[in-house]
Design a protein around this ligand. Structure first.
Ligand SMILES: *Cc1c(COP(=O)(O)O)cnc(C)c1O
Length: 455
């Protein structure tokens, strides 16, 4: 592969290359240094220490080149060190790096907000604010919703993930590792059932309407709809296991919210920016949220997040009520503007769809050969398989899931595990991954199952 003058995807050979055990000796040495400097509370899925990344590969200090099926958790959709992102960040870094938008503003912040207002679902008047992380976006969405409605209760869902701060870990469903020992949690948070097709007691067909009716009933009886400020939901559950709520569920919940003056907050932090084959996952069923939170894929790896919402809601909050020192940092804003250009120019929604069209049939064929794959699901470049001990009982198989991931890592394929029961392998390749690496990654996954067909 030729080198690319501005860096980025073509700068690195787009090949898998395993030249040591993984992690190799240099990574292992760094891991020892780290253990003396960084507490174990901060984990790493695969402790290979990175020197370069781009296109569909990550290169480590030992010279291994791994196929990337993680994108740094759905962040580098446009590719790592994307040339357009790198060029704009470099140019901005030489002009000014920070003034604080709340002290002395700059155009790029406004331009990012104009773009978010234009591309998020719905053609109503909108406003956006910029912050630093997905969790901070969700916190702000709740603050805004409470202020605008004068209500306090927040409804979230089983298998939901919204971050690690006090409020967002409260909104998050899973105890270990996110919440364990970190309480007491924030008050006025209520958890509802999710339309999880694979595990719905009466089967997937009735799941959407049944779950929605159950949620409406429970909100009414347990909380009182008039006390609820917001329903916060991921249109596809990310950390919860890439659960696509059954058809009809999201539109029914959105309709219930509208009828009861509850704000519908779509947490698109993981699903946004072309990842699912639409710009935003809500578009799949034509759901128009009142507020949308975004982060991860927004700025090609620079820390940026946003809340975008109906102008009448967003404009209610008093002057100075929203903000933060770094929110909408100029380097991150330039990166976001580059990402938006890249999504359009490179037709990344179509590429995400094609990734799904490549992966899903191969994974379904694999599932047909291996009973332990209970479910294959997801959309676009957000795809997962759920692994069980026995398809009849659907008992989760977290140890086998971890073993399959280990085998993939050893062969030079970076995959992530997830799910409430730790039994989901999730695939989040960069949207720019070359086709041959996508297939090679799937070959490695197939081999990992063939070597260990049963738990
Ligand atoms: C990752 C994630 C968050 C938290 O984002 P951070 O940037 O890690 O704070 C919130 N919601 C969803 C859906 C996420 O996937």
């Amino acid at each position: 592969m030729t080198s690319h003058p501005t860096g980025g995807p073509d700068r690195l050979p787009q090949e898998r290359r395993v030249v040591t055990e993984i992690p190799g000796p240099r990574s292992q040495a760094l891991q020892e240094r780290r253990a003396a400097a960084v507490p174990p509370g901060v984990g790493s899925v695969l402790p290979v220490y990175v020197t370069d990344a781009g296109g569909g590969v990550i290169v480590d200090v030992d010279g291994n080149s791994l196929i990337d099926f993680g994108s740094g958790i759905a962040v580098t959709g446009v590719g790592n060190a994307n040339p357009r992102v790198a060029a704009r960040v470099r140019a901005q870094a030489e002009r000014f790096t920070h003034t604080c938008f709340m002290v002395a503003p700059y155009e790029s912040y406004v331009a990012v907000c104009e773009n978010l207002n234009r591309i998020t679902p719905g053609d109503h008047a909108k406003r956006s604010i910029l912050v630093n992380s997905g969790a901070e976006a969700v916190e702000n969405a709740v603050k805004i919703a409470r202020y605008a409605t004068g209500r306090q209760a927040v409804v979230v869902f089983e298998h939901g993930y919204h971050g690690r701060t006090l409020l967002t870990m409260t909104l998050t469903a899973k105890n270990m590792p996110y919440k364990h020992g970190f309480g007491p949690y924030a008050p006025e948070v209520y958890r509802m059932p999710l339309a999880y097709p694979y595990r719905w007691p009466t089967g997937p067909d009735n799941c959407g309407p049944e779950a929605a009716a159950q949620v409406a009933g429970e909100i009414t009886s347990r909380i009182g709809a008039s006390n609820v400020a917001a329903v916060v939901i991921e249109p596809i559950q990310g950390e919860g296991g890439f659960i696509e709520p059954a058809p009809g569920f999201l539109p029914a919940i959105a309709e219930f919210c509208r009828a009861n003056g509850i704000l519908f907050v779509a947490d698109e932090v993981q699903t946004g920016f072309a990842r699912t084959g639409d710009l935003f996952a809500c578009e799949h069923e034509g759901v128009v949220p009142d507020l949308v939170t975004t982060a991860k894929g927004i700025a090609g790896g620079l820390p940026l997040a946003a809340v975008t919402g109906r102008a009448d809601i967003m404009d209610k909050v008093h002057g100075g009520g929203l903000g933060g020192t770094y929110g909408g940092n100029p380097l991150a804003c330039e990166a976001a503007l580059a990402v938006l250009e890249e999504i359009e120019n490179e037709k990344l929604t179509e590429r995400a769809r094609r990734i799904g069209e490549t992966m899903l049939p191969r994974l379904r064929a694999l599932a047909a050969r291996h009973d332990v794959i209970g479910d294959v699901r997801g959309r676009g470049a957000m795809i997962a398989i759920e692994i069980v001990r026995d398809p009849a009982t659907k008992e989760p198989a977290p140890e086998l899931t971890a073993e399959i991931a280990r085998r993939c890592h050893a062969a030079g394929l970076l995959v992530l595990t997830t799910g409430t029961y730790g039994n989901v392998l999730r695939f989040l390749p960069p949207l720019v991954i070359p086709e041959h690496l996508l297939h090679e990654g799937l070959d490695i996954l197939e081999t990992a199952f063939t070597d260990h067909p049963t738990p």
